[in-house]
Design a binder for this molecule. Structure first.
Ligand code: ADP
Ligand code: MG
Length: 238
């Protein structure tokens, strides 16, 4: 068993089936990217893993535990969204600390986790600032820090760079890659950006219309695309 196992995940909204039987196994420490065109079901699949949506059928296993009936807070996950959703009236320190404080972590543990995460994300000079006093890239790093302090079994990212300008996208992408190396954590990352997929992933899951077209390493998909859709999407010669 891996760090994440999905078995025949299906999800319908009313009469429309948007996930049509997704199977996936993610090993401990892997960086896995869900890629595919807009509307293909990437965010829905991530939300099913997080427990923010119930699957219509199928099962989700995280770190060898069946989590289908658990709320997001009990699944050992932390999620980073495209919008940072920081509290404007709280400092960087308190934005990062709030969730784990509310979850009952003792004050000294909260302080040491915030210190470690802010160092890792080069935010240690900004702990007493408010979100309005930060750049977009710094705000997104605070949102990532808020996930890091939870010490999750699984990180879930939904297009975390899409609100950043081009230079910040590259910086923040490198930052996330470094974080993955330093933490050795399992990460699932949604994007529609081929460059992000090819540079960050150990393994890419190509989704299209609610089904998996192909799963493989960036080089496997590039050199040996299963079909013309994958070839076109990944940019391999056809
Ligand atoms: P992606 O993230 O790949 O762009 P989504 O997972 O957001 O795609 O959406 C997949 C499909 O499901 C889309 O057609 C979208 O309109 C539909 N959908 C997503 N969430 C809902 C919802 N809460 N109610 C109805 N339809 C939804
Ligand atoms: Mg989406």
């Amino acid at each position: 068993m891996g760090s994440l196992v999905l078995e025949d995940i299906r999800k319908s909204f009313g009469p429309v089936e948007v996930l049509k039987g997704i199977d996936l196994q993610v090993e401990d420490g892997e960086f896995v990217i869900f890629v595919g065109p807009s509307g293909c079901g990437k965010s829905t699949l991530l939300r099913v893993i997080a427990g923010l949506e119930d699957a219509s059928s199928g099962s989700v296993t995280i770190a060898d535990a069946a989590v289908d009936h658990l709320p997001p807070s009990k699944r050992g996950i932390a999620m980073v969204f495209q919008t940072y959703a920081l509290y404007p009236h709280l400092t960087v320190r308190n934005n990062m600390a709030l969730g784990i404080k509310q979850a009952g972590q003792p004050a000294n543990e909260v302080a040491s986790r915030v210190a470690a995460a802010s160092k890792m994300l080069s935010l240690d000079d900004y702990l007493d600032r408010y979100p309005a006093e930060l750049s977009g890239g710094q705000r997104q790093r605070v949102a990532i820090g808020r996930a890091v302090v939870r010490d999750p079994q699984l990180f879930l990212f939904d297009e975390p760079l899409s609100n950043l300008d081009a230079a910040l996208r590259v910086n923040t992408r490198l930052e996330i890659a470094r974080l993955h190396r330093e933490l050795g954590a399992t990460m699932i990352y949604v994007t529609h950006d081929q460059v992000e997929a090819m540079t960050l992933a150990d393994k890419i899951v190509v989704l299209n219309g609610g089904v998996v077209e192909q799963i493989g390493s960036p080089m496997e998909l590039y050199n040996n695309p299963a079909n013309t859709f994958v070839a076109g999407f990944i940019g391999s010669p056809q």
